[in-house]
Design a protein around this ligand. Structure first.
Ligand code: SF4
Length: 472
């Protein structure tokens, strides 16, 4: 099957052609373009008839299926890829990061490790990142032991669970405990697939298919599961971490992606997973193993792998993997942009300083980092400058009086802030006269050139500015 061509013109034919703007686009064609780029969703057009909606959804369906597991608001979804390289469009099926526990741990140690995993998190650009799932490995091979471990984990956390064993009896014992919570069974193989299929049907689970180095077998088992109505599938071609075999692991990941998105081979049109945790079995030295696992995890993220099971729940390992993942899976079209908004820093009140900056990621990252670091209590209006930095946007005309005023109106600044003092970056000094003219009720002042000086500037100037305003 040839690669499915998605043309905005074809999508356009199915749209109402009213150019009413209700979808947030100026025209139906812009909406069609954004649909093809996957920067908007079809449900945003309220005027579409059901039949057209269905046709567009079908036309835009990605070649790679999606998989979901877990339940409630912790449910995770991945897959849905359409390209080999993210530069061609974007990667969408963000890597789900899971850490393992096992059924030979003492109850006390098990609960402690689950809590450590579930609470491992950090904040970046005001978004909190946590571990996505927990993998429970059967080491004992004993279904009762496994069942008890699964129960304890499920009582301790609501993270989605991956049940890991090649013994169907063990998998069934775990699936029974998680009835209604849709775990991922890891794994169906050429030797156990019939029994795993029965469990997946009975307990409505997702399934990982494991066929090391045999991609034909992977496709053949996946096709059988799909025929039987189990479509939440993920493929594991094996993770081999020895220096000689790592190339083969990477090449299998690429082969599967190519067969799916380029050749449209239905049997392997599923997300792909790896298990960097194998490093923990390959190195006696734990520190060495942790570092190697981290190396593998970063490598696999760059390949756009959709799920990984890790063994060392260390923040120094988790952070770089997540940082890399967020970069790799960010839509290139949106990559350099922060959503325009009125952002609150350190719990400001209606008399806290108001500043304005551009929506370039790097600018926002530096400014917000400085505001957080120095605990500056303030409001920051981020305006859409087409992701240009302030000085560049002044030159291009995107950081201008009209744009600032429009954003102040859009985010209702006047009702949220009582004073009428607006601080603009010193590098935007040339727009000061036009901004003062556009905002006659406001006192517009130049702030420092560098965001690292904001805290000092406000300490020295803010009270004086407020006093001047009061006296005026
Ligand atoms: S809401 Fe629908 S009809 Fe209106 S512009 Fe958008 S796509 Fe066209």
């Amino acid at each position: 099957m040839a690669e499915k061509v998605k043309s905005p013109a074809e999508v356009m034919k199915l749209l109402p052609q009213e150019d009413c703007g209700e979808c947030g686009c100026d025209s139906c064609f812009e909406f069609a373009l954004k649909l093809v780029e996957r920067t908007t969703t079809v449900d945003k057009c309220p005027k579409l008839k059901k039949s057209a909606l269905k046709k567009i959804k079908n036309m835009l369906a990605p070649p790679m299926a999606e998989i979901s597991f877990g339940s409630g608001d912790k449910m995770v979804t991945t897959g849905g890829e359409e390209v080999m390289h993210r530069e061609e469009l974007a990667f969408f099926g963000k890597t789900i990061i899971a850490y393992d526990v096992w059924d030979t741990m003492s109850e006390e140690r098990l609960v402690e490790r689950v809590n450590d995993i579930a609470s491992m998190s950090f904040v970046r650009f005001k978004v909190q990142y946590n571990v996505d799932a927990i993998a429970i490995r059967s080491v004992s091979g004993d279904p009762t032991k496994f069942k008890n471990t699964v129960k304890k984990v499920a009582d301790t956390t609501d993270l989605p669970i991956i049940l890991c064993s090649l013994d169907p009896k063990v998998l069934k014992a775990g699936a029974k405990v998680l009835k209604g919570k849709k775990p991922l069974l890891y794994a169906a193989t050429k030797d156990n697939w019939e029994k795993v299929l029965e469990i997946a049907k009975e307990y409505e689970t997702a399934v990982a298919i494991f066929s090391p180095l045999d991609l034909d077998m992977l496709g053949s088992i996946a096709a059988t599961f799909a025929r039987e109505g189990i479509n939440d599938l993920i493929l594991d071609p094996g993770t081999f971490c020895e220096p000689d075999s790592i190339t083969e692991t990477l090449s299998n990941i690429s082969l599967l992606r190519r067969a799916c998105v380029k050749a449209g081979v239905k049997e392997v049109s599923y997300p792909v997973m790896t298990v960097p945790a194998v490093a923990s079995m390959s190195f006696k030295n734990k520190k060495m193993a942790a570092h190697y696992e981290n190396y593998l995890a970063n490598l696999f993220v760059t390949k756009g792998v959709n799920l990984m099971i890790l063994h060392f729940p260390e923040i120094w390992e988790f952070m770089p993997v997540v940082y890399l993942r967020e970069g790799i899976f960010k839509h290139p079209k949106l990559e350099s942009a922060i959503d325009p908004d009125l952002y609150a820093f350190n719990d400001p009140d209606e008399m806290s300083p108001l500043m304005v900056t551009s929506n370039y990621t790097l600018t926002y990252g530096i400014v917000s980092g400085d505001l957080d670091r120095y605990r500056v209590k303030c409001w920051m209006l981020v305006i859409d400058t087409n992701a240009l930095s302030v000085d560049t946007a002044v030159g291009s005309g995107d950081f201008c009086a009209d744009n600032i005023v429009e954003h102040m109106e859009e985010f209702d600044v006047e009702s949220k802030i009582k004073h009428r003092i607006l601080i603009i970056p010193r590098v935007a000094a040339e727009i000061l006269p036009e901004l003062r003219e556009a905002l006659p009720d406001w006192k517009v002042v130049l702030g420092p050139k560098d965001s690292s000086e904001i805290a000092t500037f406000l300490t020295e100037e803010w009270e004086k500015l407020l006093a001047e305003e009061g006296a005026a």
